[in-house]
Ligand binder design. Structure first.
Ligand SMILES: [Fe+2]
Length: 408
């Protein structure tokens, strides 16, 4: 029953609240704020509203818009140099998780020495960063309320996770209207990233009552609104639900950490540059299959939260419905069925296994995970095979618990 829970981020949520950015951020900026973003967000005109509001409140700013998906340490170093050149004393990430993570990295490295990679792990950052401020423009990563940031080392292609309480933003401004024009493919990928956060947090070994409450409500909200947001992008109500759900999932996993989906998907992002949300979405049902017997009650809760009718089913069968619901959502929004379709190359399996096992997320995964397990999950996801589900449905030989290669 013992647990601690801490979210130091001030949250401002509301449709149209973006016009009040200047007023909200004024207390956190002394001289000048560095806006960290990407070209897509800038071209979509999203920064215009932010800039106008900053000007109205006489807050000076500079813009660094070079952020790319799966941000590398090189981009981060450019951002740090830019910050120094313009003498900014606060950093505002505007965009998806990549922009907000880069903002966190720049703020941290403005006050710490060496490379961001030196701070891999948990609470390794020594000095307090510059104030971190965040405006998400997708409903996905929840980075606006988390204590982590991820950077790809271009030399090793390893996605390094830095977790530190210093990386919690001071303020998160969430305006659902900023997400109305997101293309459906981005809505799908980021929405499934949020669902993966919520599910992995809910079943995490480190979850607690509060994190679980946030996670299950996020799962429910995403189940209610993702398809609507995907098919009718301008529907404000579903966009509001998705943005609040991604934030709640972020709050949940900032306490509980994640699981094997993220441990493995980070290697796909690092090695093959596959977008994070798509990699998660495709892997999610396979990892749920792997975890099914480790947390059947939680899986049943997830099935119910996603709208499955489990009345009269055995626990095992009810739990399995969670996998089926996720597969159903994936196929409704165009997520590939296998990682083969994503371009994952099994020749690099040894590196994928090593990098996955290095992730702290395998430790919080509910089922104890070995290198052999990671190999089995990746192979299953490549060939489109669900060992546990098949066992429940068809009574096929169940050899997963013996960690045998299912293809032998
Ligand atoms: Fe994620």
């Amino acid at each position: 029953m013992n647990f601690s829970f801490s979210i130091p981020t001030k949250i401002e949520f509301g449709s149209g609240i973006c016009t009040q950015v200047g007023e909200i951020l004024k207390p956190y900026v002394d001289k000048k704020v560095l806006i960290v973003s990407d070209c897509g967000v800038r071209q979509a005109g999203i920064l215009k509203n932010v800039e106008e509001s900053l000007r109205n409140f006489k807050i000076s700013y500079e813009i660094f818009d070079k952020v790319e998906a799966n941000p590398s340490t090189q981009i981060l170093e450019q951002g740090i140099e830019y910050l120094g050149m313009h003498q900014c004393d606060a950093v505002l990430g505007v965009g998806g998780g990549s922009s907000i993570d880069t903002a966190k990295g720049i703020a941290a490295m403005a006050t710490n020495t060496g490379s961001i990679l030196d701070y891999e792990g948990i609470n390794k950052i020594k000095n307090k960063p510059l104030p971190i401020l965040a405006i998400p423009t997708t409903s996905g990563t929840g980075a606006e309320v988390t204590a982590s940031a991820v950077f790809t080392n271009k030399d090793t292609l390893f996605k390094t996770v830095i977790m530190s309480n210093y990386l919690f933003p001071k303020v998160a401004i969430l305006d659902p209207l900023l997400t109305l024009k997101l293309p459906s493919s981005i809505t799908a990928a980021t929405g499934m990233d949020a669902l993966t956060h919520a599910i992995e947090s809910y079943i995490s070994k480190n979850s607690n009552f509060l994190s679980k409450s946030l996670a299950i409500e996020a799962i429910k909200l995403i189940g209610e609104s993702l398809l609507q947001a995907y098919y009718v992008g301008t529907d404000v109500s579903s966009r509001e639900k998705m943005l609040v759900a991604s934030m709640m999932a972020g709050m949940a996993f900032s306490q509980s950490r994640l699981g094997n989906v993220h441990a493995i998907s980070h290697t796909f992002g690092g090695i093959f540059n596959i977008p994070h949300g798509i990699a998660n979405a495709t892997l999610l049902p396979y990892v749920m299959d792997f975890n099914l017997f480790a947390c059947p009650s939680e899986m049943k809760d997830i099935a119910v939260a996603l709208g499955a009718d489990v009345f009269g089913l055995t626990l095992e069968k009810a739990a399995e419905q969670a996998i089926l619901e996720v597969i159903k959502i994936n196929s409704a929004i165009g997520i590939p069925k296998t990682i083969k379709e994503l371009g994952v190359n099994l020749e690099l399996l040894p590196q994928m296994i090593d990098d996955s096992m290095r992730s702290p997320n395998t430790i919080s995964n509910p089922r104890i995970t070995t290198s052999k397990d990671i190999k089995q999950i990746i192979e299953s996801a490549y060939h489109g095979y669900f060992p546990t589900k098949d066992f429940i449905e068809k009574g096929r030989e169940y050899n997963v618990l013996r960690n045998e290669n299912v293809y032998n």
